[in-house]
Design a protein. Structure first.
Length: 350
């Protein structure tokens, strides 16, 4: 049994006493069912798309027949900031209008699960009009004690890659994509850059299937697809690079890409996300743009092997400014990751 499951079972056993003391009857059975259903719910949604989530078990007169009945796997298709779910039975849930839901009043008859995105202790239960945290510990990074570690797991991996792997050019595929000085890419480095990130994610992520060049339609493959087993969660990763690449004979540049290349990748990724939504409407999909950055200031000679420290690191902290910033206007688009690669120490001329 995983450590996370052991902790949840321990907390659950402690919480059962509070539930039984408040409601008696079949409340303990309903509480166990509620926990099981919440965990299934979080496999079907990205909880960070919501401000609050409320849930309760069984039929209650004030809410019977209200809202939308559906299967759990379709719930993410409903766009709303505050999600209210009635676990009617094992097969069916009912999504209620949040402005017609009074959890405080309902808690006089049954407990109500509450999740609040901006709280340090996000998992709460309304018991007889009082909000009680499921645990006194802060909520784990995945957002809830009951949530699977999907997008947060990927964000952690990409952050580590950005901060500790890419800067020092760790990994054979990444090393093979550029000159030993790391001043330039070799011609057409796309395949090697894709392989570099794939190798890293495939070894780093748990309970995932990581695939390269996944077709989101007949003609356009996204570079990497990540799917978490046993969930509806999928990530699409588009890879771009900025900097200069050399011709095969080293006589000049085969391509010179600046910020515009990354910005075009952002628009391209949005198209992939929309196409994937049309093809796989039941998936909870989020897009990631990953940009390898080999820009060097005043580095216009393709035969150069040395560079000043100032020019080598000129772009190190210069983020690419995207317009629009899709992560601010879409819930299915993450803030882009920029992988700045440092030059080799042997390339410094001062």
């Amino acid at each position: 049994m995983a450590l996370e499951d052991t902790i949840i079972r321990l907390l659950q056993s402690q919480f059962i006493l509070k539930i039984d003391d408040a409601y008696h009857g079949e409340s303990v059975r309903d509480f166990t069912k509620c926990i099981r259903q919440i965990r299934e719910l979080y496999k079907s949604i990205d909880i960070f798309r919501y401000a609050t989530i409320s849930a309760f078990v069984g039929k209650h007169g004030d809410y019977e027949g209200k809202g939308v009945s559906m299967q759990m796997q379709n719930i993410h298709s409903l766009e709303r900031d505050n999600l209210v779910v009635n676990f009617v039975n094992d097969e069916t849930i009912q999504v209620l209008p949040s402005d017609e839901f009074d959890g405080n009043s309902l808690s006089n008859d049954t407990f109500v699960y509450c999740w609040k995105r901006d709280e340090d202790r996000a998992d709460l239960f309304m018991i007889k009009g009082k909000l009680v945290p499921f645990s006194e510990d802060d909520t784990p990074v995945e957002g809830s004690f009951f949530a699977v570690k999907t997008y947060n797991d990927l964000d952690e991996a990409l952050t580590n890659y950005r901060d500790n792997v890419a800067p020092m050019c760790r990994g054979k595929a990444l090393e093979d994509s550029m000159t030993p000085t790391r001043l330039f890419f070799y011609a057409a480095p796309e395949d090697l850059l894709q392989q570099a990130l794939f190798d890293y994610l495939d070894s780093r992520l748990r309970q995932c299937d990581v695939k390269r060049e996944h077709n989101v339609d007949e003609s356009k493959p996204v570079d990497i697809k990540v799917r978490w087993r046993g969930t509806s969660h999928m990530a699409l990763i588009e890879i771009k690079w900025v900097g200069k690449s050399l011709k095969a004979d080293g006589s000049g540049f085969s391509a010179v890409y600046a910020d515009a290349r990354a910005k075009a990748g952002a628009s391209q990724l949005v198209e992939y996300i929309d196409n994937n939504l049309d093809s796989f409407p039941r998936d909870v999909t989020i897009g990631y743009l990953a940009v390898y950055d080999l820009r060097r200031h005043k580095n216009t000679d393709p035969t150069s092997t040395m560079i000043s420290r100032v020019d080598a690191n000129y772009y190190k902290d210069k983020e690419i400014e995207y317009n629009p910033q899709y992560e601010l206007i879409r819930k299915d688009y993450k803030r882009p990751y920029r992988f700045f690669v440092k030059v080799s120490n042997s390339a410094y001329q001062d």
